[in-house]
Design a protein. Structure first.
Length: 287
């Protein structure tokens, strides 16, 4: 595909994407592309659980994230006029806000919440959908998730969707038109890391939209593993906000995402369990 001089042509399998070169968020070498827009950072971060908005901003700056999630039912972005607003610290002119439906347990609640977000953010279309199954595990209710996704997509939203690590459900959500699939690595807030890499690989291999790990990352090595598997990115909140030093952990996560992506692109050496092989050649050794 030939792109005009002011655009950048990218392809995912047979699906061409064209991005304007004057978009300041485009990283020309290897952008994360979501709903047609490119981002340099493959780390997406949440805004909850920090001690205050100042710490939130410091951690996000250290992470290098350009997309930040906002729980509309828990964070003030203007719906409560007499309370401090997150937008004063994370203005939409500097970040892509990703309203999410954390705390919603039905499709109707999720749809209502994201319509409110669209009104508060002047027609903002990019959203993160999550519909939870119960308050103990916070595992997704995939039936309600699918129902909500259908309504939101028909209403013009660009839906990034939190779901289980079931490849069949992931395929169905992509077929509906979700712009990114976000399977859990383990339970939200658990910090247990990636418990089922095989299912994640199946989802990645079948998907033509970005697949981002969402939930369960506990430390930098978990993020690196997700990227080495071929995930397009990782979304996290608790792993940073609940660390003893959140800003330092945010910096560590940034490096882990970058290292994991580079390792994936480089292609690891084959695993060989039957014999060792020396790093240095043995030919021509002095006897």
């Amino acid at each position: 595909m030939n792109a005009p001089n002011d655009t950048l042509a990218l392809t995912h399998d047979d699906d061409p994407l064209v991005i304007h070169r004057d978009d300041p968020l485009v990283a020309y070498h290897d952008p994360l592309v979501i709903a047609g827009r490119g981002y340099r950072s493959r780390l997406l971060v949440g805004t909850g659980k920090y001690k205050d908005f100042n710490e939130t901003r410091a951690a996000i700056d250290a992470s290098g994230a350009e997309i930040v999630t906002v729980a509309i039912r828990r964070t003030n972005i203007g719906q409560n006029a007499n309370e401090p607003s997150l937008l004063d610290h994370l203005p939409p002119s500097q970040f892509t806000l990703l309203p999410n439906t954390a705390g919603c347990y039905s499709a109707d609640d999720a749809v209502r919440t994201l319509k409110l977000a669209r009104e508060l953010l002047d027609g903002h279309k990019l959203v993160k959908l999550e519909v939870l199954g119960d308050s103990h595990t916070l595992f997704p209710n995939v039936r309600e998730t699918i129902r909500a996704a259908e309504v939101l997509i028909k209403d013009g939203f660009d839906v990034m969707v939190y779901t289980s690590d079931d490849p069949i459900i992931a395929r169905e959500l992509e077929a509906l038109g979700c712009v990114a699939i976000m399977p859990l690595a383990s339970l939200i807030g658990s910090g247990m890391g990636i418990l089922n890499p095989w299912n994640l690989k199946l989802i990645i291999e079948q998907s033509k939209v970005p697949v981002l790990v969402d939930a369960g990352v506990g430390t930098a090595s978990d993020a690196a593993v997700a990227m080495e598997l071929g995930c397009a990115g990782v979304l996290m909140n608790t792993a940073i906000a609940s660390a003893q030093r959140p800003v330092l952990m945010a910096s560590a996560m940034k490096k882990a995402i970058e290292a994991g992506r580079e390792a994936y692109l480089a292609g690891r050496m084959p695993r060989k369990s039957y014999a060792a092989r020396p790093s240095s050649p043995t030919g021509g050794l002095i006897g």
